[in-house]
Design a protein around this ligand. Structure first.
Ligand SMILES: Cc1cc2nc3c(=O)[nH]c(=O)nc-3n(C[C@H](O)[C@H](O)[C@H](O)COP(=O)(O)OP(=O)(O)OC[C@H]3O[C@@H](n4cnc5c(N)ncnc54)[C@H](O)[C@@H]3O)c2cc1C
Length: 491
């Protein structure tokens, strides 16, 4: 016997919950199937900092969404118009973002954040991640200013409460193993429960929101290339790509850049197989723009100050992966250490060391001491005489190779601090092709009846790099569209 729902949603992260809320708004009965158990649920979305990138012409336009904070009166939050968001997408992807999908993402971003607020998601300015105190004011930069209260944990908790309130049925430990799309009367999915029993669900429409293939070493090596099987998985271990494969086998067109992904500097001692549900995003190490990054030979290999962190962090994981031993070391001194993000660099355990000299630091971290000495002296001597200001692109460059374009500070004041990082993979960029209503398109370019996709499963938005905070916005925007379309299409 199979059960019948109007809409079945596959995967319970931010995209899946957004789709579920939206389908309910259309009057649909909704079943959400989540592969992980209840205590491991929420997908990658659970592990996030909850940062959402969205467009607005003035902070006053969204001030009503924000939780009160005594720092508000003393904060400078620049406008982030749609055009700036679209330009950022094009710039960081080298023009490879799909124009139609980008337009949908950008134009629906603000309204969707407001819609989520209506579902109970709470918002705040991200002082500790996106602002520096400059001239007595909190100055925000990098186009990403707002996030959810309690980060990803808060986001998933509020999503889950809202879904249950709306009457969405959630089944955990339910791994979707087949899609049935050929016959409208039989449309639906099969899933295996935690005890291994198989179930068949009939549904008017199916929304796929089961993430990418970032947690599967074999699929990573196949699509991303040599070495990626050794990356450290930052988030959920359950995004292993089988639902992407099911969609492709059902005739969905692949879209976007299957050969690249979002990957970052991540604590070198972190588990390779999945994130830590307590520490979540705290294992990331994102204050590198104010220090230097070297490999085990003591050599620098990226421009740490090329741009605001939000525009470089998601591609530098790849550079770390390709260094000797797949490791790198972020170095700071007594001057810069107080500027590091507390939640990341003051958390415990941490793969780091403190020393009174650079040679001692090198020895503790396993860096070639002579190489490091040469790198640091060349770096220190090449810094231009501009004032240091982490809140703006200060042009305080180090004219070495590779250059450091902003925020160069001589590494010369003991004690010295070093943090060992590996490549933490966040999510993959390749996915299926959808239209502007989030309906999946087939290899023949035609919509596949009753099939929708959202979140990481949507290919074409990101390639090679990514503007920070766009993943959650994409999941919410396309999840909302997918749910609405699926809810309307159910009969
Ligand atoms: C540590 C970390 C920090 C991040 N910080 C941010 C941030 O601050 N801002 C931002 O925008 N992005 C951030 N991201 C990226 C962000 O997590 C993703 O872009 C977004 O959460 C993807 O949402 P999703 O719903 O598509 O996928 P997910 O949230 O991963 O949900 C997919 C769900 O599908 C389930 N699933 C998989 N296979 C099956 C199956 N066969 N059957 C049933 N269910 C299945 C999974 O178990 C999972 O729960 C971060 C990611 C990580 C890992």
């Amino acid at each position: 016997m199979s059960e019948q729902f109007d809409v079945v949603v596959v995967g319970g992260g931010n995209a899946g919950f957004s789709a579920a809320h939206s389908a309910v708004e259309q009057g649909a009965t909704v079943l959400l199937l989540e592969k992980a158990s209840a205590d491991a649920a929420g997908g990658n979305s659970f592990y996030t900092a909850g940062a959402f990138r969205f467009a607005f012409d003035s902070i006053d336009d969204i001030a009503d969404l924000l939780e009160p904070d005594e720092r508000h009166a003393n904060s400078v939050v620049p406008a982030y118009p749609r055009r700036a968001f679209a330009d950022d997408m094009r710039r960081v992807t080298d023009g490879r973002c799909d124009p139609m999908l980008t337009e949908v993402l950008v134009s629906r971003s603000t309204d969707t954040v407001r819609w989520l607020a209506g579902k109970g998601i709470r918002w705040r300015l991200l002082y500790e991640r996106q602002a520096y105190l400059s001239g007595g004011e909190w100055v925000f930069s990098g186009g990403l200013f707002v996030g959810t209260v309690d980060g990803g944990k808060g986001l998933i908790a509020r999503h889950t409460e809202a879904a249950l309130r709306e009457g969405v049925e959630i089944r955990y430990g339910a791994e979707v193993t087949a899609l049935h799309l050929a016959d409208a009367a039989e449309r639906g999915v099969s899933y295996r429960d935690a005890a291994g029993a198989e179930h068949r669900i009939r549904a008017g429409a199916v929304v796929l929101s089961a993430g990418g293939f970032e947690a599967d070493p074999k699929r990573r090596a196949k699509h991303l290339g040599e070495g990626w099987d050794r990356a450290l998985v930052r988030g959920t271990p359950t995004n292993t790509g089988e639902v992407l494969d099911l969609a492709l086998a059902a005739g969905a067109a692949a879209h976007g850049d299957w050969g690249s992904c979002h990957s970052v500097a991540w604590d070198a001692d972190a588990s390779p197989t999945g994130g830590d549900r307590e520490l979540t995003n705290q294992l990331t190490r994102q204050s590198y723009p104010i220090g230097i990054v070297v490999n085990a030979d003591g050599a620098r290999f990226v421009d740490e100050g090329a741009d605001f962190r939000n525009y470089t962090y998601a591609k530098y994981g790849r550079d770390i992966l390709h260094q000797p031993r797949g490791r790198a070391f972020q170095l700071f001194d007594a001057k810069t250490r107080p500027l590091l993000r507390k939640e990341e660099y003051d958390s415990w355990p941490i793969a780091g060391a403190r020393a009174d000299s650079l040679s001692e630091l090198a020895e503790r971290l396993g860096i070639d001491a002579d190489g490091l000495r040469r790198t640091v002296s060349e770096f220190n001597e090449s810094i231009v005489d501009n004032p240091f200001d982490p809140a703006v692109k200060d042009g305080r460059a180090a004219r070495v190779s590779p250059p450091k374009s902003n925020w160069a500070q001589a590494l010369d004041t003991a004690p010295y601090y070093g943090y060992a990082v590996g490549c933490g993979i966040t999510f993959t960029f390749g996915g299926v092709r959808v239209d502007e209503s989030a309906q999946v398109l087939g290899t023949d370019g035609k919509p596949i009846d009753g099939l929708y996709a959202a979140g990481e499963m949507v290919g074409g938005l990101f390639a090679g790099n990514y503007p920070g905070g766009s993943g959650l916005t994409s999941g919410a925007v396309f999840g909302r569209l997918a749910g609405a379309s699926a809810g309307r299409a159910r009969s």
